[in-house]
Design a protein around this ligand. Structure first.
Ligand SMILES: C[S@@+](CC[C@H](N)C(=O)[O-])C[C@H]1O[C@@H](n2cnc3c(N)ncnc32)[C@H](O)[C@@H]1O
Length: 323
C-alpha cells in the first residue's frame, strides 16, 4: 500500500484535480493488486515514470485481453460465415473473395496450393478406382472447406447428361485444372472413347494427373500440357483426331471465341459436333454467346444453373455445329 499512498500523495502535490480522493475510487482489492503491480514495475525501473491516474492495471490487461479475443472472434466469424454467406448470391464478389483473398491467405497459412489441398482431400476420402467417390470428395471439400473453380456438382449434372446422351467417342476439354470435370466426363465415356484435356499450368496439370489416376481413368484420358491456341492446330497430326464429337470449353473466358473459330478452321468440328461452354454468365463470355447464338452454323441452347458452389446465376451453353 505504501507505494500507492506515495503515488496518490505525489499526484495530489502535482495539483492534478482528478487525483483527489483517489483512494476512495480504488477498491481495497484493486488497491492491493495495484500495489503489487506497482512494486513489480518499480523493480523494472518503471515505477518512477508512472504519471497516469491510479486505475487498476489488472483491469487494463483484462480489457486488452477481452478486446483482442473479441476482435479475433469477430474477424473469424466474418471470415468463416458472414462474408461467405454475403457473397453467395453475387458471382463477381464470390470470385474475388474465394479466388483472390481466401486462396492467397490459405496458401500462406498452409504453405500449399489450393490444387494440392484438393488432391489431399481426394487421397484422404475417395476410393481408388472409383471416379464418383473422387467427384464427391472434391465437391465436399469445395462446398464445406474451400471454394474452387471446378464446374461443380450442380452444373456437373448438366455436363453428365450431355455426355450420356451423346455417347461421344472423341472429346476435347479446354481447361483441366484439377481434373474434376475430366473425371466426370471420362467416367461416362463408352469403352474405346478418348478424352483429350488441355491445361497450360504445369502445377495444375501435375495435380490433375494424380486425381485422374486416383479415379482409375488414366487409360481414357490424355492430358496435354500447353496452351489451347498452340495445340488446337496440331490435334490432327499429333493425336490422329479427325473431328471431336464433344468439346467442353472451360478455360479462360476470352479464349472461347478465338478457339472455337480455330477449331472450325482446323476442321475439328463435324456436322453434329457439340460445344458445351461453362461460365457463360459468370464470369461471362459475351462475345462467344453472341457468336454461337447468332451464327447460322450453330443451334444454341442455354442451361440455367448456378456458379459452382454458390447461389449466383451461371449456366452452360450447348451449341450444335450445323456444318
Ligand atoms: C475453370 S478452370 C477448369 C475447371 C475444370 N474444367 C473443371 O471443371 O474441373 C480453367 C483452367 O483452364 C486453364 N487454362 C486457361 N486458359 C487456357 C488455355 N488457353 N490453354 C490451356 N489451359 C488454359 C487454367 O489454367 C485453369 O486451370
Amino acid at each position: 500500500m505504501h507505494s500507492l499512498h506515495a503515488h496518490i500523495q505525489q499526484s495530489s502535490e502535482m495539483g492534478d484535480g482528478r487525483k483527489k480522493g483517489g483512494e476512495e475510487l480504488v477498491s481495497h482489492k484493486c488497491s492491493h493488486m495495484f500495489s503489487k503491480l506497482n512494486r513489480f514495475s518499480s523493480s523494472w525501473g518503471g515505477g518512477e515514470k508512472s504519471t497516469g491516474s491510479p486505475a487498476c492495471p489488472h483491469m487494463m490487461w483484462l480489457t486488452l485481453l477481452y478486446s483482442c479475443t473479441g476482435g479475433a472472434a469477430l474477424l473469424y466469424a466474418l471470415y468463416k460465415w458472414v462474408i461467405p454467406a454475403a457473397v453467395q448470391h453475387h458471382g463477381g464478389l464470390a470470385l474475388v473473395w474465394h479466388d483472390f483473398i481466401v486462396e492467397r491467405l490459405m496458401n500462406t497459412l498452409t504453405w500449399s496450393t489450393r490444387p494440392q489441398r484438393i488432391l489431399r482431400a481426394v487421397q484422404q476420402s475417395a476410393t481408388r478406382g472409383d471416379p464418383r467417390s473422387v467427384v464427391r470428395a472434391i465437391d465436399q471439400f469445395c462446398r464445406h472447406k474451400e471454394w474452387a473453380m471446378n464446374v461443380g456438382d450442380e452444373k456437373g449434372c448438366i455436363l453428365d447428361s450431355v455426355v450420356s446422351e451423346l455417347n461421344p467417342s472423341t472429346v476435347l476439354e479446354l481447361g483441366t485444372y484439377c481434373g474434376y470435370s475430366t473425371v466426370r466426363i471420362a467416367s461416362l465415356l463408352p469403352p474405346h472413347a478418348k478424352l483429350i484435356t488441355l491445361e497450360f499450368n504445369p502445377d495444375f496439370a501435375a495435380v490433375a494427373r494424380q486425381v485422374i489416376a486416383w479415379a482409375g481413368l488414366q487409360g481414357k484420358v490424355q492430358l496435354v500440357e500447353g496452351a489451347s491456341g498452340d495445340w488446337i492446330p496440331k490435334m490432327k497430326e499429333q493425336f490422329g483426331v479427325k473431328t471431336f464429337d464433344l468439346v467442353f470449353l472451360d478455360h479462360w473466358k476470352d479464349r472461347y471465341l478465338p478457339d472455337t473459330k480455330l477449331m472450325e478452321e482446323c476442321g475439328l468440328l463435324r456436322k453434329g459436333s457439340i460445344l458445351l461452354a461453362d461460365n457463360v454468365i459468370c464470369p461471362g463470355t459475351p462475345d462467344y454467346l453472341e457468336y454461337v447464338r447468332n451464327s447460322p452454323r450453330y443451334k444454341s441452347q442455354y442451361f440455367k444453373s448456378h456458379l459452382e458452389y454458390t447461389k449466383a446465376e451461371d449456366g452452360l451453353e450447348k451449341s450444335v455445329f450445323l456444318g
